[in-house]
Design a protein around this ligand. Structure first.
Ligand code: GDP
Ligand code: MG
Length: 177
């Protein structure tokens, strides 16, 4: 993707948020590298990963920020959010608490970014549907109420991961093009 460096038409900063353990890093890992690690490390050592995609014949470079586990201590910094035009807000469909915290995450997000930031709500770990604790309808209702896009996905099975990120990117693209 290096050869596209000069031909970048748009650069978007996207932030990954949501409770610790919901699969943010693995969703990103899957999208950018098509990899998955069962024993996910809390720290990946870099602040963000990038992925370049074509959208409407334009070259869009997404700079996607992941935490190094700071969300555990409610210690995500202002710098993390600065300039973000999109957010992927994840919860774990088998863990009700991670869903109950979505409003809190939205509040924090909207405090630090433009109110009109595009948010993709992702119910991750859809492969564990036998342990489901969050009904799809509850998430759909929340998404509608809060003006979020919504999808269930599985980083493990590589299901809907592309749709989640590309859907988010295309909505951000719509607002700037
Ligand atoms: P983060 O703290 O939100 O970044 O979460 P991680 O990406 O580190 O993932 C936390 C744990 O959930 C790890 O053990 C992952 O292997 C596991 N995990 C992540 N995504 C999935 C998924 O789609 N399905 C299942 N079954 N496990 C997942
Ligand atoms: Mg992580």
């Amino acid at each position: 993707q290096g050869e596209l460096e000069d031909g970048i038409d748009y650069m978007f900063k996207i932030v990954m948020i949501g409770d610790s353990g919901v699969g943010k890093s693995q969703l990103l890992n899957r999208f950018v590298k098509n990899e998955f690690n069962m024993k996910s490390k809390a720290t990946i050592g870099v602040e963000f990963l990038t992925k370049t995609v074509l959208m409407d014949h334009k070259v869009v470079k997404a700079q996607i920020w992941d935490t190094a586990g700071q969300e555990r201590y409610q210690a995500i910094t202002t710098a993390y959010y600065r300039g973000a035009t999109g957010a992927l807000l994840a919860y774990d469909i088998t863990n009700r608490q991670t869903f109950d915290h979505i409003e809190k995450w939205l509040e924090e997000l909207r405090m630090h970014t433009d109110k009109n930031i595009i948010v993709m709500l992702v119910g991750n770990k859809s492969d564990l549907s036998s342990a489901r604790a969050v009904p799809v309808e509850a998430a759909k209702d929340l998404a509608e109420r809060e003006n979020l896009f919504f999808i269930e996905a599985s980083a493990l099975e590589s299901k809907n991961v592309e749709s989640a990120f590309l859907g988010l990117l295309s909505q951000v693209y719509r607002t700037v093009s």
